[in-house]
Write a protein that binds this ligand. Structure first.
Ligand code: GDP
Length: 202
């Protein structure tokens, strides 16, 4: 892990309901996706070491926008909506599926996708869809199997191996826990690579 966590400086920029409201398509953007309640907001808060940068909520399906956080003028995090949740109305699901498909196809600055899954419920339909889009446009996807603290080490490792075996070549996977900050170094390393941060130790 790098000596400093460069993601602490993240700050909220805007909410986008449509792609045209996004910041200019330049620099490097990394998207974070996950089904509602997977633990995405908690992972963003853990990554940025900020208690409430991304709102954590027990109300599934509340976030139906792309939320942009900025690290500097050329590096952004895009928090994608977790539209896959069953309670989201079908019309809204369809709408977001279309918006997301267009986002993946057209967003040139998109460098990689962090796909957050609850380690107890991995590889649901939403996840398959995200992986499919990444594969179709050749963008790397890093899967976070979060809430690992809810499982014993043995079952967590066997889920890791099982998920890894099923992933396409563009994807990688790790175990994570926002509560215990487990796997944070591995995530920071992966993102530092995507964002082209220089290794402070070298
Ligand atoms: P989101 O809808 O994907 O943004 O999910 P949240 O981050 O709001 O998390 C959903 C629920 O899971 C909340 O009650 C969180 O406190 C809980 N949660 C999230 N991450 C973890 C984790 O790593 N460990 C545990 N034990 N609970 C977590």
């Amino acid at each position: 892990m790098k000596k400093t966590n460069p993601f602490r400086i993240a700050r909220y920029v805007l909410n986008a309901h449509e792609l045209k409201q996004l910041p200019a398509d330049q620099g490097i953007e990394v998207a974070i996706a996950g089904r509602s309640n997977a633990g995405k907001s908690s992972a963003i808060n853990a990554l940025t070491d900020q208690k409430s940068l991304a709102r954590t909520s027990k109300t599934p399906g509340r976030t139906q926008q792309i939320v942009i956080f900025e690290l500097d003028e050329n590096r952004r995090i895009a928090d994608l909506p977790g539209y896959g949740y069953a309670k989201v109305p079908l019309k809204l699901k369809e709408h977001w599926r279309n918006v997301m498909a267009r986002y993946f196809k057209t967003r040139k600055c998109l460098r990689g996708v962090v796909l957050v899954m609850d380690i107890r419920h991995p590889m649901r339909e939403y996840d398959q869809q995200m992986l499919g889009w990444c594969e179709s446009v050749g963008i790397p996807c890093h899967v976070l199997l979060t809430k690992a603290d809810k499982l014993k080490r043995g079952p967590a490792q066997s889920t890791l191996l099982k998920v890894r075996r099923g992933l396409p070549g563009i994807a990688s996977v790790q175990v994570f826990s926002s509560t215990k900050k487990e796997g944070l170094g591995e995530l920071v390393d992966k993102l530092s690579d995507w964002y082209e941060y220089e290794d402070k130790e070298s």
